[in-house]
Design a protein around this ligand. Structure first.
Ligand SMILES: Nc1ncnc2c1ncn2[C@@H]1O[C@H](COP(=O)(O)OP(=O)(O)OP(=O)(O)O)[C@@H](O)[C@H]1O
Length: 236
């Protein structure tokens, strides 16, 4: 994977990519999912979020993408308090974040290539400029021969590889990945994780949610644990 660093080095002078201060969250049917969560992900850091099924990992990621809003507390992204930011102001912030959703959220009316290229197209890029990068990324995740297919025709593992390719292709400032290797074999999992590691070495802040703390160890990531709505671990 050839990624060109956009920054000379990860910079500790940058504000935290994500900062949560006293965040409470729950759903009408499921109150108390997150309780007084305090967390800072420094720019350029690599964290792995673990916790049993139903602990609230996906909910925490949804708060960070502003798909959900906290019931109490503040959320800042890239140094900007976004707790109450208007929906209309979200797209430029969201474009700085690459998300791998647990349920992939691929667009079946677009081809595999068009799905992977979406972040670059939405950022105003021209296909003639981004096509080589997108093709290279799809080759890297083993989807080179499937570029014209609809995501609906892909296997679960292929969908996951496409979801990862789409999340990283624009080299976002922050990557949030919800169990990004749950549907692929061990060799492909290593390959996908190496994408996250490469981008992290270029300065991208990475947060991966998963069940296996051994993965975090292999990645050299700092571990955050979520149990009973409370966060523990290396909270920075
Ligand atoms: N849209 C929703 N409405 C109501 N309750 C929800 C909703 N989404 C999740 N929950 C509940 O909130 C709690 C936390 O769910 P969440 O998906 O965040 O956990 P998780 O740690 O990501 O789980 P998993 O590892 O199984 O993916 C669970 O009890 C779940 O049932």
């Amino acid at each position: 994977m050839s990624v060109t660093p956009r920054r000379a080095a990860r910079s500790s002078s940058l504000p935290a990519a994500v900062a949560l201060d006293g965040v409470d969250f729950g759903y009408a049917e499921t109150p108390g999912v997150l309780k007084d969560v305090n967390l800072s992900l420094p720019a350029g850091s690599f964290h792995f979020l673990t916790g049993p099924s139903g602990a609230g990992k996906t909910s925490l990621l949804k708060l960070m993408t502003l798909a959900e809003r906290p019931l109490a507390g503040r959320i800042a992204l890239f140094g900007e308090d976004v707790t109450e930011v208007a929906r209309g102001s979200l797209p430029p912030i969201r474009r700085r974040i690459g998300v791998v959703f647990q349920d992939f959220r691929l667009l079946d009316h677009l081809s595999v290539f068009e799905n992977a290229a979406l972040p670059l197209r939405l950022a105003g890029g021209r296909e003639i400029d981004y096509r080589p990068d997108v093709e290279e990324m799809l080759q890297w995740v083993g989807l080179g021969p499937r570029m014209s297919a609809s995501p609906a025709a892909l296997s679960g593992g292929e969908k996951q590889r496409l979801a990862v390719a789409r999340a990283v292709v624009a080299k976002p400032d922050l990557i949030l990945a919800d169990e990004p290797t749950g549907s692929v074999d061990a060799a492909m999992a290593d390959r996908l994780m190496s994408l996250f590691q490469t981008l992290n070495r270029m300065g991208t802040t990475v947060l991966i949610a998963g069940h296996d703390p051994a993965v975090a160890q292999r990645l050299g990531a700092r571990v955050l644990g979520l149990t009973d709505g409370r966060l523990t671990g290396d909270l920075a």
